[in-house]
Design a protein around this ligand. Structure first.
Ligand code: ADP
Length: 190
């Protein structure tokens, strides 16, 4: 199995790039944000619970997110590997992912991070909010809250994977296909 954590702040372009990566390397893409949004749309109990957190730009509680992720992985055990997008978002989730994958004799082989400056992120997210209909893209205050949570809880995962020598940073600014080429080069070299 080849398992990649696609990492970066909100608006870094993880979803866009995951769609290319999954095709090139035949991986299953799991976006926790997308799974939550699907549950919200279908008004499931999980969706109703997640929505109150997501609309504010806060994180959904860890155990809820971890259980959902485990469930998605267990539904796709025939996959050649996974791209995790939006997960893990803190060290509790990172530990949970290691222990989950170890059950399949697998591990996170690489964290690949899209590096983008904050002011670029705010602009991208507010622009996306004009058409996405996402409550969490709709105001600068909520967008800044998400970026702030990224720095206070999530960014530390860079050193978590650096210590395991599995961290790879990629410049996330430029043309979409140029960024795709940078990511492909990292994956090929793994
Ligand atoms: P973005 O990366 O642009 O913030 P996502 O679609 O990844 O967008 O996430 C949207 C929201 O979904 C987050 O702000 C959070 O509320 C919730 N969410 C997604 N992944 C997680 C996670 N791993 N842990 C907790 N909450 C999450």
């Amino acid at each position: 199995m080849l398992n990649i954590v696609l990492f970066g702040p909100p608006g870094a372009g993880k979803g866009t790039q995951a769609n290319f990566l999954k095709e090139s390397f035949n991986l299953k893409h799991i976006s926790t944000g997308d799974v939550f949004r699907k549950n919200i749309k279908n008004q499931t109990p999980l969706g109703n619970l997640a929505q109150s957190y997501m609309d504010k730009g806060a994180l959904v509680p860890d155990q809820v997110t971890i259980d959902m992720l485990s469930d998605e992985v267990s539904k796709n055990t025939s996959a050649e590997g996974f791209i995790f997008d939006g997960f893990p978002r803190n060290t509790v989730q990172a530990d949970a992912l290691e222990s989950l994958l170890s059950k399949y004799d697998a591990q996170v082989d690489a964290m690949i991070a899209l590096e983008v400056a904050d002011e670029v992120l705010v602009k991208r997210l507010l622009k996306r909010g004009e058409t996405s209909g996402r409550a969490d893209d709709s105001s600068e205050e909520i967008v800044r809250n998400r970026i702030q949570i990224y720095y206070s809880e999530t960014a530390i995962l860079k050193s978590y994977y650096q210590e395991k020598q599995r961290y790879h940073g990629v410049d996330g600014v430029g043309a979409i296909d140029a960024i795709t080429a940078r990511l492909n080069a990292v994956v090929k070299a793994l």
